[in-house]
Design a protein around this ligand. Structure first.
Ligand code: SF4
Ligand code: SF4
Length: 82
């Protein structure tokens, strides 16, 4: 399941560089996660990096993008073929 950023986002930019998939972009007024690039933490870490660093705790699972861990891991390997 991809994560999404809620309207509490203060556009602090802290999460952008921590995403292993470059899935987060600045938006107006809140930042946005590309669900096609988000793999939660599968393949890279033990927890979602963006959610763990967000100072206002505004990143949560997007119910419109349900995916199994196997599907997320396959997506991660497609994004990182090396
Ligand atoms: S959950 Fe992981 S892959 Fe998804 S946007 Fe956050 S840091 Fe990037
Ligand atoms: S870390 Fe949180 S508040 Fe900062 S830009 Fe990312 S989602 Fe927004």
């Amino acid at each position: 399941m991809a994560l999404m950023i809620g309207e509490e986002c203060i556009a602090c930019d802290a999460c952008v560089s921590d995403c292993p998939n470059d899935a987060i972009n600045g938006g107006d007024p809140i930042y946005i996660i590309n669900p096609n690039l988000c793999t939660e933490y599968m393949g890279a870490y033990d927890e979602p990096q963006c959610a763990s660093i967000c100072p206002v705790d505004c990143i949560f699972q997007d119910p419109d993008y349900e995916e199994t861990h196997e599907e997320l891991l396959a997506k991660y390997h497609r994004l990182h073929p090396d």
